[in-house]
Ligand binder design. Structure first.
Ligand code: FAD
Length: 336
């Protein structure tokens, strides 16, 4: 276990915010985590578990203990004629897991290539891209209860997954620490290529197979999204709003060119980036906080921004979108 008092969290968040934590504790095993939780009375609101910090925005220093998992094993736990169950430690870099699966001919996960972060957080966030969400692959989540240090397993149903939502982000927030996740991967996967122009792009690059799908997605993502190493960011800052069909029809009559995705008979999803772009925010800045010039959904640290500066910009954007479209944008990023 590595314990760092007065730790700078600058290397631990992709927004590049220089916040401090009283302690940073990095553990290598479930036993080490349990020892820490059982060794002293734990006050859960003074504990923050982080992954790679790619969906966090620190508004202040963190007065408490920041925990980080270094459990980074990938193990095959079962295999049938059609699929393989893999258990990945919470500290495994998400894209390393995707690369491992693709290398070993295991599919279902390839559309989630190059999403930053670690396996534990992926299961908290229900990460998604190109028509796939991680909930489609998760079978079991192994956790430790923060208050007691005791083990508990969650089935996928118990995680109450929805769009970028899970029980770990809502009613059980902070109460359980994910230590590993069991995924089911397919040996003969059905590729999901019907998201926007993905199929066309894959075919342009060659054969339709796992490796080519992964390479195509990596290339698209690299061309569209800023690299946090050069411009601090947390990917999509806001969630795409879901509106009722009635509201959607009213908006569509006023803005016929508005893009939208079918959710159900009752609801449609509207890309938040389009709404923000229509309010002319793309490329604009307030102080050191800015809106990315290629993708209006991504807010960037133009250098030395504080968490409060980013939030101020986010609030101005929310205000503009509300005024013009009557839609309240919700942040996807976790404010700390
Ligand atoms: C350039 C860029 C592109 C992105 N693209 C996408 C995308 O396409 N799709 C998408 O869904 N997301 C995307 N994201 C957001 C981000 O990658 C995901 O939300 C990711 O899952 C965050 O992982 P992390 O390890 O960095 O978690 P962190 O940001 O460190 O933490 C996220 C949340 O998980 C909690 N947490 C972390 N680890 C654990 C654990 N072991 N146990 C319990 N709770 C834990 C934290 O407390 C926090 O609430 C993008 C981000 C960036 C910077």
């Amino acid at each position: 276990m590595k314990i760092t008092p007065d730790a700078s969290l600058l290397p631990y968040n992709t927004f590049g915010i220089n916040a401090m934590a009283d302690y940073l504790i990095e553990y290598n095993s479930v036993a080490e985590l349990q020892d820490f939780l059982k060794s002293e009375p734990v006050i859960s609101n003074r504990i923050l578990h982080i992954g790679s910090g790619s969906n966090l925005l620190f508004l202040n220093d963190f007065k408490g203990v920041v925990l980080h998992s270094l459990i980074n094993s990938i193990t095959k736990v079962n295999e049938t004629s059609g699929s393989v169950l893999l258990e990945a430690g919470s500290g495994v870099i998400w894209d390393d897991l995707v690369a491992y699966c693709v290398e070993n001919g295991l599919g279902g996960i390839e559309n989630l290539s190059l999403i930053p972060g670690e396996v534990g957080a992926a299961a908290v966030q229900n990460i998604g891209a190109y028509g796939v969400e991680v909930q489609d692959l998760i079978r079991t989540i192994k956790t430790i209860e923060t208050a007691s240090g005791l083990e508990r397993e969650f089935s996928t149903a118990e995680c109450r997954y929805a769009y970028r939502e899970s029980v770990f982000k809502s009613s059980l927030k902070g109460k359980y620490i994910i230590t590993s996740v069991i995924f089911e991967l397919q040996k003969q996967p059905e590729f999901k290529l019907n998201y926007l122009h993905l199929e066309k792009e894959v075919i342009k690059n060659g054969e339709v197979n796992l490796k080519n799908i992964r390479q195509t997605i990596i290339a698209i993502r690299e061309s569209k999204l800023p690299d946090p190493k050069t411009a601090g960011n947390a990917g999509s800052f806001f969630m795409n709003p879901v509106v009722s069909k009635e509201k959607f029809r009213t908006l569509q009559s006023e803005f016929p060119q508005m893009p939208h995705y079918y959710i159900s008979e009752a609801e449609e999803k509207i890309p938040a980036g389009w709404l923000i772009d229509q309010c002319s925010w793309k490329g604009k800045s307030i102080g050191n906080a800015g809106v990315h010039d290629k993708q209006a959904l991504v807010l960037v640290n133009r250098g030395g921004a504080t968490g409060s500066e980013i939030v101020h910009l986010a609030e101005q954007i929310q205000h503009s979108v509300k005024e013009r479209f009557g839609i309240g944008l919700q942040p996807e990023v976790n404010y700390i």
